[in-house]
Write a protein that binds this ligand. Structure first.
Ligand SMILES: [Zn+2]
Length: 187
């Protein structure tokens, strides 16, 4: 959490336009195409705050632009798990408390079963670079085509991508529970 947490982001038409010009909108995530901080892999958007230059995440800027200052006790969470996504939406970036964030992470870890969670073999920065590269290479594509490209780039960093058939979380668990792949009871 940055020291500037809780200090409202200065919103301006100029800054909003500059930020949105660096966003590739897929039909799912909105991908930040600007600077990425290392090693955490989150976007960095630079803007003027009075006399000083300030960096915020693009999702923080867009959240405050749409909803007003983020409460001091709140933090922004990625429901979509794409760190350079800046779409403020229930399925992407939402505001919550740190406690809620940790509960969410724990719940997702359990829900994933044998999958090792959010690990990407390229690391957070490597994943961000790979996503940005793919978006840039396909800039003329439709938003739905970009969403498919995004899903492919993310899948390419999955350490178990060659073992997905063996680790399908719905397969063995559901069978053990007496249910088929649709979750219906096996007759
Ligand atoms: Zn997203």
């Amino acid at each position: 959490m940055s020291r500037s947490h809780g200090v409202p982001v200065p919103i301006s038409t100029e800054a909003t336009g500059r930020l949105l010009a660096r966003v590739a909108r897929t039909s799912t995530c909105w991908i930040w195409m600007g600077a990425v901080s290392s090693p955490d892999g989150y976007g960095r958007f630079y803007l003027r705050d009075g006399e000083r230059s300030r960096a915020v995440t693009p999702q923080r800027y867009l959240y405050e632009q749409q909803s007003g200052p983020l409460a001091r006790s709140a933090t922004l969470m990625h429901q979509c798990e794409v760190r350079i996504c800046c779409r403020v939406d229930q399925a992407h970036v939402i505001a919550g408390t740190q406690t809620r964030n940790m509960q969410d992470a724990a719940w997702r870890g359990r829900a994933r079963g044998s999958r090792p969670g959010l690990v990407d073999v390229r690391g957070p920065v490597g994943q961000a670079r790979a996503i940005q590269h793919a978006m840039r290479a396909s800039a003329d594509s439709s938003s739905s085509a970009l969403a498919l490209i995004l899903a492919d780039v993310i899948a390419a960093g999955d350490p178990l991508r060659n073992n997905l058939a063996l680790f399908d979380p719905l397969g063995p668990d559901m069978a053990a529970a007496g249910r088929d792949v649709f979750g219906d009871p096996v007759q």
